[in-house]
Design a protein around this ligand. Structure first.
Ligand code: G16
Length: 566
């Protein structure tokens, strides 16, 4: 096949700075002339991939097939030796992380805007992952950003597009292309981690008393969910819904939380389903929801950490080396770590911060309040992994206590009875004016520098609870492995009863600014079941009121109510 490398002149675009997890913008922005090409070339300018192997995949959202061809053209012109591509340009984010590791690729380009909606008027994203299978650390993403600021040309090889629907080996100019099955490596991985026979046996012997429903939200996990829940675990067809991936996610918002996964929540409640779960657009997030029992992601990771070494073969064999959470995530997992004598690291928001600890053998299980849970089996959070982890734990817990049926609610209540409970909730104010968001941040910074909030007391009008401010700080993080420093990762107001409120700007929005307010209040096990098993919003009512009052958030943002509460 003859080919020619062509150099195309271009000019830099502003604002190609990768956020919490890659560059996420509206599709229309990516469709501007040279926009996508610039960013892709910037990756190859920042990272030397000449003669190397890279993986390409994504959640299949609108504009993915075209972008795969763009990456092939530019990557090949920049000397990539081999591309491993998911069939039909599909690889869930965790599956891509696994493929990078399993086939010892040098990196990967993932086409996803995660849980953000898709379609011609919605979002697209491009993310670079490094050879450990995890998102590129900040020193790499900063380098890519620097390259986007000075780019003047990009290289392409003009060849006919590759047919992405056929598995196999192909030649593409000077490069090789292998198109692989998107699902099979991932299913093999999970089968090597969990006790599938135990789960299957439990589900079959409780076919009438323990119903399961998995919601793929028309994201990438449909085929993975079918392969695992139906083919491997023998559940009926009715136990998966929205399992066909669609480029616009069926017009929905593929974010597994109480607001956007309401179809799952409603069916679970209506049909008395014991175990409900959902995953997001690219398959790295998860929500666990049983009848009358929503599991916060902070509780989910704490419970997985609590049971892992006993119930899950991967950890039974390899042990649990350490735990971790992102800073805004509740301290429920810290209680588990303390009891088990494990280190519990606290990192900034962003899965990339866990990678170094995992590579150094200091971290096995970690999670984030943003519906991300995972372990060192890969270097991304993993939605389907978390769902199977819960099934494995429930199957094991029921095997240990054959005279009662332990479901999600019972497992939560047993956990709180031992560890107490960190009530946790997050308020999201999505797509607010950036100026208002910045004013809020600035005002809190003034409190930090002047100490003007310290020792002030605030009383909730509705509950009468009094909260006295113990301190206000900015969260800075020094990576214990490479010493890199990440500053201003969230503003924390702590109260003298141990409660806290965190304010943070999201790094994943594609338009305007999104402000997140995280609220947490710990209640010890000695408070008893009536107090521990309350609805979270009830347990946090007074604190939320005080947080809104002392920050003046509604005035700064011009919003009375959040867009999403989780
Ligand atoms: C990404 C990151 C997560 C982070 C989440 C929310 O998730 O990988 O580590 O917690 O964004 O970030 P933010 O609060 O900045 O919006 P995903 O699922 O969007 O890739």
């Amino acid at each position: 096949m003859s080919y020619q490398v062509k150099e195309v002149k271009t000019k830099p675009y502003d604002g190609q700075k990768p956020g919490t997890s890659g560059l996420r913008k509206r599709v229309k922005v990516f469709q501007q002339e040279h926009y996508t090409e610039n960013f892709v070339q910037a990756i190859f300018d920042a990272v030397d991939l000449n003669g190397k192997t890279i993986v390409i995949g994504g959640d299949g959202r609108f504009f993915s097939p075209e972008t795969v061809q763009t990456i092939l053209k530019i990557g090949s012109a920049n000397g990539v030796a081999k591309f491993i591509v998911g069939k039909d340009s599909i690889l869930s984010t965790p599956a891509a992380s696994n493929v990078i590791r399993k086939y010892k690729a040098d990196g990967g380009i993932l086409l996803t805007a995660s849980h953000n909606p898709g379609g011609p008027n919605a979002d697209f994203g491009i993310k670079y992952n490094v050879s450990n299978g995890g998102p590129a650390p900040e020193n790499v993403t900063n380098k890519i950003f620097e390259k986007t600021k000075t780019i003047s040309s990009y290289k392409v090889i003009e060849l006919a597009p590759i047919d992405l629907s056929k598995k196999g080996f192909f030649t593409y100019g000077p490069s090789n292309v292998e198109i692989i099955d998107s699902v099979s490596d991932y299913v093999q991985l999970l089968e090597s981690i969990f006790d599938f026979p135990l789960i299957k046996n439990f589900l079959q012997s409780h076919a009438d008393s323990f119903k399961v429903l998995f919601d793929g939200m028309h994201g990438v996990t449909g085929p993975y969910g079918r392969a695992i829940f139906i083919d491997a675990l023998g559940l009926p067809e009715t136990s998966v819904q929205n399992a066909v991936p669609l480029p616009d996610f069926g017009g929905g918002h593929p974010d597994p939380n109480l607001t956007y996964a309401h179809e799952l929540v409603e069916r679970v409640e209506r049909e008395n389903i014991h175990f409900g779960a959902a995953s997001d657009g690219d398959g790295d997030r998860n929500m666990i929801y049983g009848k009358g029992a929503f599991v916060t992601p902070s509780d989910s990771v704490a419970i997985i950490a609590d049971w892992a070494a006993e119930a899950i073969p991967y950890f039974k064999k390899g042990g649990v080396k350490g735990l971790a959470r992102s800073m805004p995530t509740s301290a429920q997992i810290d209680k588990v770590a303390k009891k088990k004598g494990l280190e519990c690291a606290v990192v900034p928001t962003g899965w990339k911060f866990f990678g170094n600890l995992m590579d150094a053998g200091r971290l096995s299980i970690c999670g984030e309040e943003s519906f991300g849970t995972g372990s060192d089996h890969i270097r991304e959070k993993d939605g389907v992994w978390a769902v199977v982890a819960w099934l494995n734990i429930l199957a094991y817990a029921n095997q240990q206590s054959p005279n009662e049926l332990i479901g999600i609610k019972e497992l939560l209540e047993k956990h709180y009875a031992v560890y107490g409970r960190s009530f946790f909730s997050r308020y999201d104010y999505e797509e607010v004016p950036a100026v208002g968001a910045q004013s809020l941040v600035d005002a809190i910074n003034v409190h930090i520098s002047t100490g003007s909030l310290a020792s002030t007391s605030h009383v909730s009008k509705s509950t009468g609870q009094k909260f006295t401010v113990a301190g206000v700080t900015n969260f800075d993080y020094t990576d214990p492995i490479d010493g890199s420093i990440s500053r201003n990762q969230g503003q924390i107001v702590t109260f003298d009863d141990g409660s806290r409120v965190v304010f943070r700007l999201s790094g994943t929005g594609s338009q305007g600014a999104t402000v997140r307010m995280y609220v947490e209040r710990y209640v010890p096990a000695s408070a008893g079941p009536a107090e521990l098993n309350k609805d979270a919003q009830e347990g946090l009512k007074g604190l939320i009121e005080v947080a809104l009052q002392l920050s003046n958030l509604p005035e700064f943002l011009g919003r009375e109510k959040p867009t999403v509460i989780t």
